[in-house]
Ligand binder design. Structure first.
Ligand SMILES: Nc1ncnc2c1ncn2[C@@H]1O[C@H](COP(=O)(O)OP(=O)(O)OP(=O)(O)O)[C@@H](O)[C@H]1O
Ligand SMILES: [Mg+2]
Length: 228
């Protein structure tokens, strides 16, 4: 019997531990966190404190060592790899710190990919939506470029467009403005908050950007794997 869950993300007693030659390392240490639907949450903390690890666990990209993550009412530990992938495909956009673009696809094809994986949309419409988003992030003149021909900030913007294209209920972004100048960063922040306003998307953002953190409803600080 599933218990009633009002938050889109509900984390209880979450641990992430890894074993290596030097012994056991606790990366996340007993995290409890609830995130309400439609809210904007900034995750901040020093380098190496566990922010990216937490984001990956919240989005179901990684498995916890102990504790639970409920995402949109689903206990991620009870879903297999395929079921978690289906949940992500339907509801989650993720912007990786290292962008993770497909090197053999153009900018346009990278942004179209999540729509093609979802299915049920004509290629011409997928291309049109991808093109519109690339224009919104200022890359209308770069749609045919492969990732290796794009600058770091341009790759980051393609990664953002790819995360937005399915209009996800939940957007996770790992330092989404980290490689951008102030003006471009501001435009990208506007785009994320517009998604939040227009469709009630929940935003969970790892950031060192003061403007971005200030515009969120809530800031969660992580120190050596613990929330403070
Ligand atoms: N699979 C792994 N095996 C061993 N150590 C890991 C693994 N994943 C992460 N770590 C360690 O866990 C710690 C937290 O990593 P994480 O990437 O979550 O930090 P972060 O807060 O995102 O840092 P940054 O701000 O530099 O991106 C780091 O010390 C990292 O070396
Ligand atoms: Mg990180």
């Amino acid at each position: 019997m599933q218990k009633q869950i009002s938050s889109v993300i509900e984390v209880r007693g979450l641990y992430k531990k890894v074993e290596d030659a030097a012994g056991s390392l606790t990366i996340l240490d007993d995290i409890d966190l609830s995130i309400e639907a439609g809210s904007r949450v900034a995750i901040v903390g020093a380098s190496g404190s566990g922010k990216s690890t937490l984001l990956g666990l919240l989005a179901g990209l990684d498995r916890a060592s102990a504790g639970s993550v409920h995402l949109l009412g689903h206990d991620l530990a009870e879903l297999d790899e395929d079921a978690r992938a289906a949940l992500r495909r339907g509801a989650v956009g993720f912007v990786f710190q290292s962008f993770q673009l497909m090197p053999h696809l153009t900018a346009l094809e990278n942004v179209m990919l999540p729509l093609e994986l979802q299915g049920g949309i004509a290629a011409s419409e997928a291309a049109q939506r991808a093109r519109t988003l690339l224009e919104q992030v200022g890359l209308g003149q770069r749609t045919g470029h492969y990732p290796k021909l794009l600058s770091g900030g341009e790759q980051q913007r393609v990664a953002l467009a790819r995360a937005f294209v399915t209009r996800p209920a939940l957007l996770f972004a790992d330092e989404p403005t980290g490689s951008l100048d102030a003006a471009t960063g501001h435009a990208v922040i506007e785009l994320m908050f517009e998604m939040n306003r227009a469709s009630g998307a929940t935003l969970v953002l790892v950031t060192h950007d003061a403007e971005l953190a200030r515009r969120c409803d809530r800031t969660v600080t992580i120190e050596a794997g613990r929330l403070v």
